[in-house]
Design a protein around this ligand. Sequence first.
Ligand code: ZN
Length: 387
Amino acid sequence: MPCDHCGSVSQIFWRDIRWPEGKMQEAAWHCPLCGGAHPEYRKPALLAQGHWQATASGDGKTAGFHLSSLYSPWVTWTEIAEEHRDAKDDPVRLKVWVNTKLAETWEERDGESMDETALMTRREKYGPAIPAEVAVLTCGVDVQDDRLEMELVGWGRDEESWSCDYKIIWGDPSAPELWRELEQYLTATFEHETLSDGLHIHAACLDTGGHHTQAAYAFCRGKERQRIWAIKGMAGKRPIWPKRPTKAAKGKVNLFGVGVDAAKEAVFARLKKREHGAGYCHFPLDRDAAYFEQLTAERLRTRYVKGFAQQFWWKPDGRRNEALDCRVYAYAALHGLFSMGLNLNKRADALPPIPEDRERVSDARQAVIAATVPSPRRRRAIASRYI
Ligand SMILES: [Zn+2]
């Protein structure tokens, strides 16, 4: 783009989109050389005068192009700035923003491995009533040979989450008692801090991939209206929730293929968050060490296939990971609700206010959290690229 003021030609980068303090609606592109401002209304003229410029020599036959949303005639710089403001505190949403709006790849924060002990020290006092911030409940159920394990997760504004229950139902999945108990649980009403009618489970995902596939199908049959979904974890590059289900059990059950790799990535990115707010994961005081060991059992590793890096989730031999699976399925259920049009923030904003007399554990915790954040310089270095 040629600058209106000095005539020099520059690319539009996010760092050059600026606005007067508190006036994001006046977001404008500033020439990186002379600092001259170009308000939104100048964009069509800039686009008309712009040209493509090669940045690599190439082979003379193929050409690749890179164009971010900052050039789009259909999205304003203000809109992009607003999206950034809403996403910047949550690594998962910020990653999506960087990928889709800047058309840039995202650098994973390597070396910050998950630490179950650190997670355990952040447990908080809440429950058994569902916390006042929670607007939506989902459940993820893992089927094992002698039991069902499930996590009940409460979701609030910006996908801040509260683990509300972790339950194991012992029994034989090929016999009916176990499933009756599961049905009771999934259809129960849970006491909520501020909603007098309590809260029910909005959606649940049941893993059908284990040894008891047919029993799991049988349970889910006819329950799709109650949003009890039969799912199967699928590795590889795919979205958390599929566009459409496949048919199983001779066409009688809709089976949803859940992108577990993407879901695990999101879960792990959020477990790393240390400040309450967008994406933060809360755990109750009664959760034991074994739970956190399972939750952090897997690691993202990189392998090279024909010279290309490929990331995959790796679990050390013998470590159990049911807690992680349950969290992944509960998160998938939230995405299932999103696909049906759920607006989580709207629901969260409609909740009654948080009771003032509630024990403020979180303030004390915040101080502890602030004091234990490691390597702030590194965090700042990464964050400053986009904020
Ligand atoms: Zn200029």
